[in-house]
Design a protein around this ligand. Structure first.
Ligand code: ZN
Length: 395
């Protein structure tokens, strides 16, 4: 059993309010911590640090918990830059382009899917992400959905079955047949590779009753619920998520007073995806209303080839500060501890004794640089379970 002392930390944001200055960030200066067997064993001032077997000097850098990217669609094929270009030329986002990615994904080999996911994951690691949730949803047939989740589970234990992303083109005239498939055979084939069940509850995707059927079937198969909702307009997604005690309802660009009331009474986290709003040039969610109501907020990339081809959590933090008017501290907590809450995890997203030693060291004196230097490579080192992640970009 070997213990490593990480020291020379100019500013340590533990994201644990019982530590340091007892703010939401739990800030310590001139700090150190010890990692033992991949877990944090001690946190405190560098001058108080106990002896350890090894020592890593961080040269005054700021250290933050590794980002928890709790919403991605990482396994797919192809790209949709033409659609993005058209949208930037004035065409609205409708979600209809999903079928373009479905066609490319069905045609791709498993090795191709694995290679693309691996390349994007390398980008994520380089920008400080240490946990990533990965959804299916670009197969929409039994074999491809299963293949996507097999690949996803090679990279993460946080995998989500999203067969109910949209009704695929070949079922347009028989939605009921697709619902039977997605709650029947497809679910049975995919559940062994998934922890979560998700549904895109939105006009143009699945309505309230259909969404209830999808979630209920997933729960009956042993999966835990999460929901895509209230992205393109007001709708039942948020309240449905609370009724099912879903871990998270994601997007939430359009929330009514009733939605806010329901969310403030439940344990469902609201996961905001400002990169999707940025890349589709659509309305930003009202993060201040959520925070002011005491609702737990998470930030995630929504990495996907259609509405947010983004892997960088620092970029998402910068957007949240600029466009949601979150403080840099609120945005950092949402990108770490909030993401962990959206995955019902307490062992990640914080740098406190007992937690996984997952962290990013910044080439900066303060976490504020994540938002202050948007688009700049502020993350200099990423560590997972006390081991440095060496990012080798695949050919
Ligand atoms: Zn999504």
């Amino acid at each position: 059993m070997s213990a490593t002392l990480f020291t020379g930390i100019g500013e340590l944001a533990t994201c644990e309010p019982t530590l340091g200055d007892e703010s939401a960030l739990g800030l310590l200066h001139d700090a150190a911590f010890i990692a033992e067997d991949g877990r944090i064993a001690w946190v405190g001032r560098a001058s108080d640090a106990p002896a350890a077997d090894e020592r890593v000097e961080l040269g005054g850098r700021a250290v933050v918990p590794g980002f928890v990217d709790s919403h991605t669609h990482l396994v797919f094929a192809g790209e949709r830059s033409a659609e993005f270009g058209a949208r930037m030329a004035g065409e609205p986002y409708t979600g209809g382009g999903i079928m373009t990615t479905v066609a490319a994904t069905r045609a791709a080999s498993t090795d191709e899917l694995r290679a693309t996911a691996s390349r994007l994951l390398a980008e994520m690691h380089a920008s400080g992400t240490t946990t990533v949730e990965i959804k299916s949803g670009y197969g929409l047939d039994v074999a491809t959905e299963r293949r996507i989740l097999e690949v996803a589970s090679e990279f993460s234990s946080e995998t989500t079955f999203l067969g109910a992303h949209v009704v695929p083109a070949e079922y347009m005239d028989d939605r009921e047949a697709y619902l039977k498939l997605v709650t029947g055979e497809m679910l049975a084939e995919c559940a062994p590779f998934a922890r979560w069940i998700d549904v895109f509850c939105e006009d143009g995707a699945f309505d309230e009753l259909e969404s209830i059927r999808v979630i209920a079937a997933g729960v009956a198969a042993g999966l835990l619920p999460r929901v895509h909702g209230n992205q393109l307009g007001y709708g039942p997604g948020a309240q449905l998520a609370v009724e099912f005690d879903a871990a998270s309802v994601d997007h939430c660009s359009y929330l009514s007073e009733e939605d806010l009331d329901a969310l403030s009474l439940g344990d469902t986290v609201v996961t905001l995806l400002p990169a999707a709003e940025f890349s589709t040039r659509s309305r930003y969610a009202d993060a201040r209303a959520l925070l002011d109501a005491g609702i737990t907020v998470a930030l995630a990339t929504d990495c996907n080839p259609g509405s947010a081809f983004v892997t960088s959590m620092p970029f998402v933090v910068a957007l949240a500060v600029r466009e949601y008017r979150m403080t840099p501290a609120e945005a950092l907590v949402a990108a770490t501890r909030g993401g962990a809450a959206a995955l019902r995890r307490t062992d990640i997203g914080r740098l406190a004794p007992g937690c996984s030693a997952d962290f990013a060291a910044l080439d900066a004196p303060s976490h504020v640089h994540l938002a202050y230097r948007p688009g700049s490579p502020v993350v200099s080192q990423t560590w997972r379970e006390g081991i440095r992640v060496i990012v080798a970009r695949p050919e």
